[in-house]
Design a protein around this ligand. Structure first.
Ligand code: HEC
Length: 142
């Protein structure tokens, strides 16, 4: 009797996992406008560590196709783009752009960005001391 109940709950779980795959996920890359201007090495760092969330050039990983992970990834990217988008940089006034530049260093210095789960999954987003130095120098220059 107990085994039967276990099998039934396993079947229910598998069916749920299959069914949730049909829930639509908003996972798109809108057109890029004007990209942020920064010295070459800084741009390289931003592109490899931040662009997957903070740009319209997201490289969606294979697991972003599978619910429920896809929901979390899509939500993160939407929120990140709303906060700061490096490929629609033209939409910010010069004052806003400098403020964002300062925020970038604040977030990286504090270890908040890139988010820890992302750093665990993406070795290239773990910034070295030198890379952080480059971000600091760039973002604190008026
Ligand atoms: C996995 C997705 C992801 C990556 C990668 C990522 N961010 Fe974020 N970022 C977010 C999200 C989501 C937010 C919205 C605020 C929050 O939920 O923490 C955010 C917010 C921010 C903010 C605004 C914080 C504020 O309130 O002022 C800054 C600045 C920022 N990120 C910088 C960076 C930088 C710089 C990098 C790369 C070194 C980076 N982020 C990489 C997801 C990401």
């Amino acid at each position: 009797m107990k085994t039967r109940r276990h099998i039934l709950s396993l079947v229910a779980l598998i069916m749920t996992l299959v069914l949730i795959q049909f829930i639509p996920v908003h996972r798109t890359n809108p057109a890029s406008e004007t990209e942020i201007t920064a010295p070459g090495p800084v741009l390289v760092i931003l592109r490899k560590a931040c662009y997957n969330c903070h740009s319209n050039q997201t490289r969606w990983p294979w697991y972003s196709n599978i619910a429920p992970v896809s929901w979390l990834v899509a939500r993160d990217v939407t929120k990140a783009r709303e906060e700061m988008n490096f490929t629609t940089w033209n939409r910010y006034t010069p004052i806003k752009q400098s403020a964002k530049r300062e925020d970038i260093w604040k977030e990286v210095k504090g270890g908040h960005m890139p988010p820890l789960p992302y750093r665990l999954m993406h070795p290239e987003a773990r910034l070295t001391h030198e890379e952080k130095e480059q971000l600091r120098a760039w973002s604190t220059t008026p």
